[in-house]
Design a protein around this ligand. Structure first.
Ligand code: NAD
Ligand code: FES
Length: 279
């Protein structure tokens, strides 16, 4: 059992949980993920590790309550326990040699995953510019945490209600054109955002890593659910990734695969709650 030691509601739909998981905390690195099951009949849900504390033996996950399992998880409280948590899974992010200047881009709840990337790189002594994009001011998350691990934090909102008005792509273009010579860009967020960030950086010849979030089932390379095409070759995000070279990913295929079960899911009656999936 994995005990919840801290819970924080970050916005109406996004929850942070810190879990007692000493064996996972001992090995976790930025870019890796876990799969949880609420009980033995529960669905397997992958979540990228947002933070870890090796001394305390805890890991932190941040998630949006979009489906029945994440909604049920979001209702749990400090002191409650989750039945299964497997991890760390996936390959840790590999950073280029001598990376001195990097732009980390987070979109919405993807900022929870951009955060450990920024923290790791900042800790390695790199100059880290973090561009964090949200639809509006009310759903901004982790601002204080991100500020502590960045040289510059740029918050953008689609409607201009906080920070700079516009998409993260607009801010990144502005910073590149202002003469910031980034060695690498790391982007995590909606697939469409990662696609357009990659298109932009390709034009400037800047190496770009994206963290893909295809549908996952077993998380061990066996089921094929997380298949993605990278550089024309089949890869499995759970074992070969989730990080890939953004200039080589077939984003359109990923978007198609991610939406393949949307209709079925909306009709699916959940065995846990007896209700329909609400995401
Ligand atoms: P969102 O739709 O509110 O978008 C967040 C930001 O992304 C926007 O504010 C904007 O700056 C940027 N963006 C969106 N569309 C864009 C476009 N067409 N061009 C350029 N920039 C664009 O995000 P959300 O609702 O919080 O959803 C977050 C997404 O991140 C989810 O789809 C989730 O699955 C994904 N996610 C991915 C990972 C991962 O590991 N890859 C982890 C967590 C979340
Ligand atoms: Fe099954 Fe990756 S989740 S192969």
């Amino acid at each position: 059992m994995f005990k919840i030691v801290r819970k924080k509601q970050l916005n109406e739909q996004v929850v942070l949980l810190e879990l007692e998981a000493p064996f996972i905390a001992a090995k976790a690195e930025a870019g890796q993920f876990i799969i949880f099951r609420l009980d033995e009949n529960g669905e397997r849900v992958p979540l990228t590790i947002s933070d870890y504390d090796r001394e305390k033996g805890t890991i932190t996950i941040v998630f949006q309550t979009v489906g029945s399992s994440t909604t049920a998880l979001g209702k749990m409280n400090e002191g409650d326990s989750i039945s299964d948590v497997v991890g760390p899974l996936g390959t840790a992010t590999e950073y280029g040699d001598n990376i001195k200047r990097v732009a980390v881009v987070g979109g919405g709840v993807g900022c929870a995953i951009a955060y450990p990337q920024a923290k790791k790189l900042f800790g390695m002594g790199a100059q880290v510019d973090l561009i964090a994009g949200f639809r509006n001011k009310d759903i901004v998350i982790l601002e204080d945490e991100m500020k502590k691990v960045t040289s510059n934090l740029y918050i953008c909102t689609d409607d201009g209600s906080y920070g700079t008005k516009g998409f993260v792509t607009d801010k990144l273009k502005e910073l590149i054109e202002a003469g910031n010579n980034y060695d690498e860009v790391i982007a995590i967020g909606p697939v469409i955002m990662m696609k357009f960030i990659s298109k932009l950086t390709e034009a400037y010849g800047i190496k770009t890593i994206v963290s893909l979030n295809p549908i996952m089932i077993d998380g061990t390379g066996m089921c094929g659910g997380c298949r993605v095409t990278v550089d024309g070759k089949i890869k499995y995000a759970c074992v070969d990734g989730p990080d890939f070279d953004g200039h080589k990913v077939d984003f359109d295929e990923l978007m198609k695969r991610n939406s393949a079960y949307r209709e079925i899911e909306s009709e699916h009656i959940c065995r846990l709650t007896g209700g329909k999936r609400n995401g």
